[in-house]
Design a protein around this ligand. Sequence first.
Ligand code: NAD
Length: 297
Amino acid sequence: MKKKLGFIGLGNMGLPMAINLLRADYQVYGFDTNAEAMEQFAAAGGFGLETAMDIAKQCDVIMTSLPTPQVVELVYRSEQGILQHAKKGCLLIDFSTVNPELNDTLHTEAIALGLRYLGAPVSGGVIGAINATLTIMVGGGTDDYISASEIFRIVGKNIYHLGTSSSIGTRIKLLNNLMIGFYTEAVAETIVLGEKMGIQADTLYEVLNNSYGQSRIYERNYLEYMKNDNYEPGFSTNLLLKDLKLAKEMADEAGVSLRIGEKLVDLYSKIAQQGYGEKDMSAAYLSLKEKCKLEQF
Ligand code: NAD
C-alpha cells in the first residue's frame, strides 16, 4: 500500500507540487491557513484537514512549503506542531527556503523524537512546480533520501543529494537566490536604460538573449512578467528579500563581505516599501521606471 502523504503550505509552489503527487496516485492530505488554497487543493482531489496537527497524526511522510523561517518554526516546533504529533518513523521533508540553522535544529529535534528529516529547498519557480521540473537540493541522511526519492522524482527533475548535513541544500539554494537578486535588478536596469535611449525592450531581449547578457532570469522576468505587464507572483519581492537577508546572514557568519550583495537587501526593502512586496520580483523594473518617470513600453 502506498504511503499516506501530508502537504502543509499549499501556496504558489506547494499546491502544484501536491497536485503532481495526487496525479501519481498518492493519497495526499493537505493543510493551509488560506481557505482559497484549501478549496483549490480539494478541487484537485486532495483531502483537506483542519490543522497541521491533524496532518501529523495521519501521515507517513509530511512535506512543507511555507513562506518564512518563522512560519516553518511555528508549524514544526509549536505545541500543536508536527514534531510533537508525528508518528514515530515519520519522514519530514521541508521544501521551504529557510536559514541553515533552522534545518539543523529541526533535524536534531526530529531524530531525538524518533522522526526523520530532510532539508530540501527547490528552484525552478511556479512553472517548475507545475511541470515537475524543479531542481531539488537535498541535505540529510542517505537512507532518508533514498526513501524520499520516489516523491522527489514526481515533483522534480534535477535532484541532488548534497550531503548528510540537513542544511547543505539550503546553503546552495541561498547562493542561487543571491544570484537571482543580482540578475533581477540587472534586467530592470538594463531595460529601463535601453528604453530611455529609445531601444525597444523586444529588440533588446532578442539581441541580448544571443549574447553574454543572456540569463534564465532575463528570460523569466521579461517573457513571463514584464512583456505581459503581469506582476502576480510567481516569486514575490518579499520572498526574494527574505532570501537575500538569509544569504547576508550566511555571509556574515562565514566572514565574507558581499560588496554588492549587501546592498541588495536595502534595494529590495525599498522596492517592497514602494508597494511591490507582494508583486512578482520582476516588478523591480516597475519600481525603477517609477523612479525614472518612464512610460510603459
Ligand atoms: P506562498 O506564499 O505562495 O505559499 C505559502 C503558503 O503557506 C500560503 O498558501 C500560505 O497561506 C501558507 N501558510 C502560511 N502560514 C501557514 C501556516 N501556519 N500553516 C499552514 N500554511 C500556512 O509561497 P511560495 O511562493 O509557494 O513559496 C513557498 C516556499 O518556497 C518559500 O519558502 C519560498 O521561498 C520557496 N520558493 C518559492 C519559489 C517561487 O518561485 N515562488 C521558488 C523556490 C522556492
